[in-house]
Design a protein around this ligand. Structure first.
Ligand SMILES: Nc1ncnc2c1ncn2[C@@H]1O[C@H](COP(=O)(O)OP(=O)(O)OP(=O)(O)O)[C@@H](O)[C@H]1O
Ligand SMILES: [Mg+2]
Length: 340
């Protein structure tokens, strides 16, 4: 049976959507042998080795900042994930894959290649802000502007869309992974304790905030004392994390301002009326909607399950035959690209 499939090969998580549901999701990590680059673990198992591998192994992220950085590993990973999701049940799938806005045609082609090599037959590629807009059923065919902000792990994709496409965009290479890194740096400098990336992520999710919380909260974290090398527990508060990550959050605000500054003033006026659409797992940090809303002076339209809005939208776009025909969206099947 022919099936329609949406794939979001994110820097943090790969998600596969088909038949109106998420059929597979796993971290975009592969643990490989350091000498042979042979994959040992994929997905959650690989992620758990982050910062914990012996010298013989290394945990790799084949998608960095939204772009494929290791083609062979990305292809192997996706093959394993497609097999996990569908076994051998799926025939002649039509696949819509997403990538950050503003990349080159060659990068679109490379993504389509990786997907075809992992079992896809009829592969299309769409920029993630457009995928989100299709998923939300926004009518962006007219000269009316919409602002989409997708805060992922490796990139913050900011786009003003209008007239059926992207008017202005920036795939800004600062996002939620950078918040983790700032937390690691802060704890090292303030406590002389090294924490791993998984602990940093957990701190971010539990007590992280980009605005001052009305009531401070705290948690106990664990790491290794840089002087003694011994394990240590310590208490850390939400105010400290706010202080640690506020500059990174402010860099994201500046990137949004940059995109609006380059957009047509009438499109910006539309956004003032309608508000902006906030997607991506990174948008779930406490206060991000309020921070952006205050900065932009307009309302935040938050989405249910924001980390899945891209993949759901990609599958929706496949149902739209106009999208598939319109090369202005840079949606081309691999076969068409090879002919052209
Ligand atoms: N409740 C939460 N609070 C704070 N951060 C969160 C929360 N839930 C998820 N995240 C962060 O969101 C990020 C993942 O978001 P998402 O799944 O949108 O990324 P991605 O699409 O894989 O990345 P990219 O789009 O940059 O390639 C991770 O860094 C994760 O720690
Ligand atoms: Mg993403």
């Amino acid at each position: 049976m022919a099936t329609d499939i949406g794939i979001d090969l994110g820097s943090y998580k790969t998600v596969i959507f088909s038949s109106s549901k998420i059929v597979f999701e796993a971290p975009s990590f592969v643990t490989v042998d350091n000498d042979t680059w042979e994959p040992i673990y994929y997905g959650e198992m690989a992620k758990q080795t982050l910062g914990r591998t012996p010298d013989s192994l290394i945990c790799v992220n084949p998608i960095e900042r939204g772009k494929i950085s290791d083609y062979d590993l990305a292809e192997n990973m996706l093959k394993v994930y497609m097999e996990d999701a569908f076994g051998s049940r799926v025939l002649r799938p039509r696949i819509m894959a997403t990538l950050p806005a503003g990349l080159t045609e060659l990068q679109h082609h490379s993504l389509a290649n990786v997907i075809e090599a992992s079992g896809g037959r009829n592969v299309f590629v769409i920029e993630s802000p457009l995928a989100i807009a299709y998923g939300l059923e926004l009518d962006f065919s007219t000269p009316h502007g919409y602002l989409i902000i997708d805060i992922g792990a490796g990139t913050t994709d900011i786009a003003v869309i209008s007239m059926g496409g992207i008017a202005v965009c920036n795939s800004f290479p600062v996002a939620s992974f950078d918040l983790d890194n700032q937390i690691i740096k802060y704890i090292r400098s303030e406590y002389n304790i090294e924490i791993g990336p998984l602990m940093a992520e957990s701190v971010k999710k539990q007590i992280g905030t980009v605005v001052e919380r009305p009531v401070e909260i705290a948690m106990v974290a664990k790491g290794r004392n840089v002087f003694t090398g011994l394990p240590e527990s310590f208490e850390i508060t939400s105010s400290e994390i706010y202080y640690a990550i506020k500059e990174t959050a402010s860099n994201i605000l500046s990137a949004v301002r940059g995109v609006l500054s380059a957009a047509d003033p009438d499109l910006v006026a539309d956004i003032k009326n309608d508000g902006f659409y906030l997607a991506g797992g990174g948008s779930k940090i406490y206060g991000m909607d309020a921070l952006l809303s205050e900065f932009l002076g307009t309302k935040a339209n938050t989405l249910d399950d924001p980390e899945y809005s891209v993949v759901k939208g990609a599958a929706c776009a496949l149902r739209n035959s106009d999208v598939l025909k319109n090369v202005n969206y840079q949606l081309r099947s691999l076969k068409e690209l090879e002919i052209s």
